[in-house]
Design a protein around this ligand. Structure first.
Ligand SMILES: NC(=O)c1ccc[n+]([C@@H]2O[C@H](COP(=O)([O-])OP(=O)(O)OC[C@H]3O[C@@H](n4cnc5c(N)ncnc54)[C@H](OP(=O)(O)O)[C@@H]3O)[C@@H](O)[C@H]2O)c1
Length: 332
């Protein structure tokens, strides 16, 4: 099959292109900049230029969807100065984060609609990258595909709507599949430590000059998945999933303290970590929903993906991967 992949220069999209190629498929990967296009090419895909914020970009996506045998959609909008750069002004960072979420919602809605219209009646697959962040705090429970998505959540309200739009589009003759991922780690096309998984962005800001921080005891539990294992699930979904189905991806539970330890190795801090007080964290991260995230559990199970699609994660665990990165960085 030849697949049209959006976000193909990104952390996840680039791994999807690699996985498609290693499973004998072709990938046409959308990127914005020349640098993006080179990353798509390096992963083994055929690059195509387009910015989904523009009319031309949406037309390119619709054409890409029509000409391909299916679509994988994996974009994310982040307003950051440059890869790896952390905005140190708390208020400015919060404004940027909220603006990014808003922009992401509208660009995602417009691009999904354009590609669904292009695929209507074709029976082709459209695999959509969603996130387990839509569940918010899972407390002591372990969430699965049947778990209720809360009506309101900072990361989830629009995402849940888009998930629904995808699932409902299966009635228009499109084999739509929604994949929801836990935190993702693994090799990043820009070489960012651990791959810049989402909650790690916050821990990254809790850094002293020689230790990575976590809040309080750091014993909140979340689930994570290696990017290459997750990318393989996209290929399985393309090949086997039923129209309108949803799958969760996650292969390991970790504590916030373990994430700080993994980051510490990956950043060359030799495993040094430190517990931060809430007041210290407020000074760096500000108050509010974003900080709450660090005190929450986000536990999910991927039993369904294993049972129905035969998914078998095999890549190194979070800590193993961090130690490998640390070793690579110190090798002469
Ligand atoms: N990372 C995680 O831990 C995690 C966890 C759960 C789910 N996910 C899901 O994984 C997906 C991808 O996330 P990621 O971590 O791979 O993000 P990422 O590394 O930032 O990649 C996103 C890609 O989308 C591209 N993009 C942004 N705006 C675009 C536009 N207007 N037109 C065309 N392309 C555009 C970006 O290009 P530029 O870089 O040039 O802007 C980038 O290549 C998202 O659906 C996200 O929710 C990620």
């Amino acid at each position: 099959m030849e697949l049209f992949v959006t976000g193909a220069a990104g952390f996840l999209g680039n791994a999807i292109v690699r996985s498609l190629r290693s499973h004998g498929h072709e990938a046409v990967g959308l990127g914005i900049t020349d640098q993006d296009l080179r990353k798509v090419e390096r992963a083994g895909g055929r690059p195509v230029q387009g910015d989904l914020r523009t009319k031309e970009g949406l037309e390119t996506a619709a054409r890409g969807a029509r000409e391909a045998d299916g679509v994988i959609h994996a974009i994310k909008i982040s307003h950051r100065a440059a890869p790896g750069v952390v905005e140190t002004d708390v208020a400015k960072r919060q404004v940027l984060n909220l603006k990014a979420l808003e922009d992401w919602e509208s660009v995602d809605r417009n691009s999904v609609s354009a590609m669904l219209d292009a695929l209507a009646g074709s029976g082709k697959p459209f695999v959509y990258s969603s996130s387990c962040a839509i569940f918010g705090n899972t407390g002591t429970a372990v969430f699965n595909e049947d778990s209720q998505v809360p009506a309101e959540s900072v990361y989830g309200t629009w995402r849940a709507k888009h998930d629904r739009m995808l699932r409902e589009a299966s009635s228009r003759g499109i084999r739509t599949v929604v994949l929801r991922s836990a935190m993702i780690y693994g090799p990043h096309p820009d070489g960012m430590p651990l791959g810049r998984p989402d909650p790690a962005n916050m821990h990254q800001q809790l850094m002293d000059k020689d230790a990575v921080g976590y809040l309080g005891k750091g014993d909140e539990i979340s689930t994570c998945v290696h990017v290459d294992d997750y990318a393989d699930l996209f290929v399985l979904a393309l090949e086997k999933a039923q129209p309108g189905s949803v799958f969760i991806a996650g292969s390991e539970d970790y504590s916030r303290k373990t994430l700080a330890l993994a980051l510490s190795h990956a950043y060359g801090y030799r495993g040094k970590t430190r517990s931060w007080t809430l007041e210290e964290a407020h000074a760096v991260l500000g108050k509010g929903k974003i900080l709450d995230f660090l005190f929450e559990n986000h536990r999910t199970t991927s039993d369904k993906a294993k049972r129905v699609l035969g998914w078998e994660p095999t890549r190194p665990s979070l800590l193993e991967f961090a130690l490998q990165e640390a070793k690579r960085a110190t090798r002469p």
